[in-house]
Every structure is written in structure tokens, then in C-alpha cells.
Design a protein around this ligand. Sequence first.
Ligand code: NI
Length: 180
Amino acid sequence: MTVRAVLRLGDFRLREMAQPVKDLGTPQLLELCSDLKDTMEALSGAGLAAPQIGVSSRVVIFGGGGPNPRYPDALPVPLTLLINPELTPIGEGRSLGWEGCLSVPGLRGQVERCNRLRYCGWTPEGEWLERSVEGFHARVVQHECDHLDGVLFPDRLHTPQAFGFIPELEQSGMIPMVPS
Ligand code: NI
């Protein structure tokens, strides 16, 4: 069980383009995946990308846990580790949603994302994975894959006014009250 420190906004390592993984199934890759899982779960994150723990590799993890209280109608997202992921939007539909990030603790911002997409990539064990998803699942994947290109959600704010600290946004009625 290794919970790694999560880099925060301002650290230059979050801004680098992460490198593709060349070899699947190596001990280093499996250790990275295990650290990502332990860290995401310890911090109750919806997802995490390798650059957030200071590793410049194209690896993301997301999902697991129960239904998200912020998206009570969303289908649960299966716990997924994805290596060298690629995203392809399906259709033109886009929608706004509130996002947070373990690298931007305590803040939420409203971001526009595409509603539906197909994603593919490798699992740590070397299996090819392809899924078509929508809604919250699609949003989480877009957020995590952005990290691999050095992009954080504040870069994509719909408007600077829809961005702030969680308690203040709750008090202002901009996001629903969620038990922390
Ligand atoms: Ni994030």
C-alpha cells in the first residue's frame, strides 16, 4: 500500500506532455498502477493520472467506489486503469458540469465536455480495452486524459465566475450541498 503525494496546481510537472508507455506488464508499470489505485482510493478521488504523482507516463485510473453523490443519476463507473488512452468524441453534444481535481484541492469549476465518447487503451495486464460511454463516465475520462497533456480543469473553465471554493459555492447555491 503506497499512497503517493499528489502534486498541486503550479507544479511544472503537471504541465508536461506525458510520455507513452512502451512496455506493458513490467514491474515498474504494475507498481505505478498499484500506487495510482492506492492514492486515488486513499483520497476518495474520482480519478487520478500518473503526472499527478510526478510520473510522466500516459497512465490514468478512474472509477470504482459507489454512486457519486454529485451525480446521483449517473451509472457507477467501473474501476479502470488505462494505458496510452485515446479518446474519440461521438456526436456533437456537449454539456456543462462541475469538476474538481486532487491537484486543485478544495475548488470546483464548471467545465464543458462532450457528452459521449469512445475510449480505448491497454490494461496493465496487456489487454486491449474499448468502451463507448456517456455522461459522468465520459466526463471523468476526459478530465483524466487532459492531465496527460498537461491540462487541468481551470484551463477549461466555462466562465471564471463559475469557479470557487466548495463551501462558498454551496452557500451560494451554485453546487448542491454534499456531505464531505
Ligand atoms: Ni484532476
